[in-house]
Design a binder for this molecule. Structure first.
Ligand code: ATP
Ligand code: MG
Length: 477
């Protein structure tokens, strides 16, 4: 039997001529098989010029992949050479199996050359640095086309960077990145593509192993299992806003004129700034698929000031930001604005707030409490309570056009040292701005339910029951 890709993403993966292809999503979607099958074809086509390297984070995890590869490569006559940890084809092609634990391991590959690099379980790498270093090994003096291929599942320490780089730009799209050669000024381009994996695209597994889905369902938290089954990158383990779900995302609609509008702002120059426009639902409304209770906040527009690279600011002056705000809200009546208190600080010259005021954009100082004092719902608690909502519906929703909110907020994680706060090393500017907006309209904690009125018998039992039982238990001697 020779290996053939299944219809759908596996076929797209092995046929892809794009330089960098990441195949990610559901567990058991057929990603590892596709990577092994891809090299099988590459080895047949390019013989001795086909030099592959397959890496994973841990050595032990390579074993099952090697076992599977033996089955797939045997019909082509390829043999496993244990001492060199590689498969060798009769036509001269080779595929190395290695592990890559950290940055330093990647340095060991300096000077190697490969025509194919496969990284398995990309999201197990907390940072892209070691993986990116491997790209320098992609070169072929013998003329085989070079390509980087990776597979991954949602979740894991690298979830966020993988999602930002590969998933957020949109699946199935080929992204072209132009580069300039510093020596002769010529330009070249690299291409990149993300292929989503779904379990449904691996009918062979579902037919041969009907117990697979029930077993998967027992192996992790409900969110993680959903992420694994559906290949959904928006649900992840350990999310700070763990009640976030699709019901917090709504299709845009025209905000009625009489709804109160709030503008919230978090300043940034080297880091991104964030402006969010929120409307307050005056009376419960029903939208397609969701009901919004009275008092819910609707994020209907956003402006995220970034250079385009994750976590990097647009480096715009306060005046330019003010003008951008006025342009975006032309003709709108803002009920009140609120901003990061740091913009009010005067450091020799006029404060940022003052400079923006001179351009016609006012702000009020936000309440900046992040974490609640005993019993009080404040800062993040308010935002979480709004996202969770009530039985009537979510108290915070965003238009699906607010892409940067949807990209950055649901994936924020807990701070490891201070679990009640979020991990501020991630892109948290939109979350901060949202927190300012939420704190201007705090939700009140639910009042304790009134104790139900007691009947006369219950009152008697409460006051006298224990004493009577004690008396009854006395022994008469
Ligand atoms: N084209 C194919 N032909 C035969 N079997 C296949 C094919 N594709 C996948 N399979 C089988 O489906 C099962 C799951 O595939 P695979 O291990 O590639 O999934 P995966 O997406 O890498 O999973 P994980 O996310 O757990 O790493 C394997 O047992 C594999 O043998
Ligand atoms: Mg796999």
């Amino acid at each position: 039997m020779t290996w053939e890709p299944q219809e759908g993403p596996q076929t797209a993966f092995v046929k892809s001529e794009v330089f960098e292809v990441v195949y990610g999503g559901a567990r058991g979607g057929g990603k590892t098989d596709a990577a092994l099958g891809d090299f099988l074809r590459h080895a047949e086509d390019y013989g001795p010029a086909a030099r592959g390297l397959l890496v994973r984070r841990q050595r032990v995890a390579l074993e099952p992949t090697i076992a599977r590869a033996r089955k797939i490569y045997r019909p082509a006559g390829a043999k496993w050479a244990e001492a060199k940890s590689r498969f060798e084809w009769p036509n001269g092609a080779v595929l190395y199996f290695r592990y890559l634990d950290n940055d330093a391991d990647a340095d060991l590959y300096q000077g190697h050359d490969y025509s194919r690099v496969y990284v398995e379980e990309l999201t197990q790498f907390p940072s892209p640095a070691p993986v990116d270093k491997l790209k320098a090994t992609l070169r072929s003096a013998l003329g085989a086309p070079c390509g980087f291929r990776a597979t991954c599942n949602p979740g894991g320490p690298g979830h966020n960077w993988v999602k930002t780089r590969y998933i957020d730009p949109g699946p199935w799209r080929t992204i072209i990145e132009p580069f300039r050669n510093p020596f002769d000024g010529s330009t070249a381009s690299l291409t990149r593509k993300f292929i989503p994996a779904r379990l449904a695209d691996n009918p062979k597994l579902l037919a041969n192993d009907p117990g697979y889905i029930p077993r998967l369902q027992q192996s992790g938290s409900a969110e993680l299992v959903r992420a694994w089954l559906e290949g959904d990158w928006n649900v992840i383990q350990g999310a700070f806003f763990d009640k976030w779900s699709n019901r917090n995302i709504v299709a845009p609609f025209a905000i009625p004129h009489d709804w109160l509008r709030i503008r919230a702002f978090d300043w940034g120059y080297a880091a991104p700034f964030s402006v969010g426009w929120w409307a307050v639902v005056p009376e419960a409304v029903r939208l397609p698929g969701v009901r919004l209770p009275r008092g819910a906040l609707v994020r209907y527009r956003e402006w995220y000031g970034t250079s385009g690279r994750p976590g990097e600011g647009a480096r715009m002056e306060a005046e330019a930001v003010a003008r951008g705000i006025l342009d975006r809200e032309a003709g709108e009546k803002i009920g009140y604005p609120v901003a990061d208190p740091s913009i009010f600080s005067e450091d020799g010259g006029p404060s940022l707030a003052e400079r923006m005021r001179r351009c016609g954009v006012m702000f009020r100082r936000a309440d900046n409490t992040r974490v609640g004092r005993a019993g009080a719902l404040s800062g993040w608690d308010q935002m979480r309570a709004r996202i969770a909502g009530t039985e009537e519906g979510p108290m915070l929703v965003v238009f699906d056009t607010c892409r940067d909110f949807i990209r950055t907020v649901p994936v924020l994680q807990h701070d490891r040292m201070r679990l009640e706060d979020l991990d501020t090393t991630a892109e948290d500017h939109i979350a901060d701005e949202t927190r300012y907006a939420c704190l201007t309209r705090p939700l009140l904690p639910k009042p304790e339910p009134e104790p139900a009125a007691l009947t006369a018998d219950q009152r008697w039992e409460r006051d006298w029951g224990p004493r009577r039982r004690a008396v009854e238990s006395w022994k008469v001697i």
